[in-house]
Design a protein around this ligand. Sequence first.
Ligand code: AMP
Ligand code: MG
Length: 313
Amino acid sequence: MKTILTSSVAKASEIILKNNLAAFPTETVYGLGANAYSSAAVKKIFIAKGRPSDNPLIVHIGDIGQLPSVISKIPLFAEKLIAEYFPGPLTLVLPKNKNISSLVTAGLQTVGVRIPNHNIAQKFLKECGVPVAAPSANISGKPSPTTWQAVQQDLNGKISCILKGNPSRVGVESTVVDCTGKTPVILRAGGVTLEQLREIIPSTRLSRLTANGKVKSPGMKYRHYSPLANVVVVGGVKETVPLKSSAYIGMEKTKENGFGVKRICRTKEEYAQALFHFFRECDAKKIETIYCEQVSEEGIGLALMDRIRKASL
Ligand code: AMP
Ligand code: MG
């Protein structure tokens, strides 16, 4: 299959309406989109990514007006979260509209829905008109793509189109919040922080394993975000072995120049934005060990450490 590279929102949305796959930029990471009403289209996502079919997809829409086409019910606390954080890096899990393909939700009666806070993504989704199911546009298990070049690296020849944009601003995925109970439960940490959610709904909490040991968010059980190199979490540069075959990313400044690749970030936000791209850069340079400095799990640090830990498994 030939993969078209384009900056035309009209061209990419045409491809979605023909029930083929188009990758598109968002503020979190690049998504791999398919018409959420078409099981045939959604099936192509699982094949292109090699994604396990029990891992549900997030449905993306261009504006609030499209919400009733995706969900069937909305509790008051979820309305408050929408009013504050949509559009943005926040996915709400709500009872699904019957028109959403059950392949999208892996057979669940709930669906994750999000409006990206990204100009091109919004234009593209509005032009599509239909809700667009979209996981990250990478081969399953690999670091998520934060540039169109990373999408091309993983999926060239496997999808119909890549809609080009700038590098993703947030760099980690959306926060997934279960809104089917009495209070919000974070199933996956992401771009909107626990603290920000608690400002609106103070009872918001992180998910635990349910009593029977089942995870509520099926995606949480898989190894994820992994470069070829071995990822090692360190307290600081003193715990590393600087070699041409090793790399360091973190916030502690160091004059150490022995690493094959090094990236010092000024803020946790910058660290999160850089992480997946750094992993891919290390793989291209055949790095064997990537040292990632541990940071406090406040703010975006919670999502950042979640990604680093999953990559280190
Ligand atoms: P990705 O598409 O790779 O960004 O992953 C989407 C994440 O959202 C995975 O962790 C999924 O398990 C989770 N997710 C999507 N839809 C649902 C749902 N209906 N219920 C629970 N978790 C969901
Ligand atoms: Mg993903």
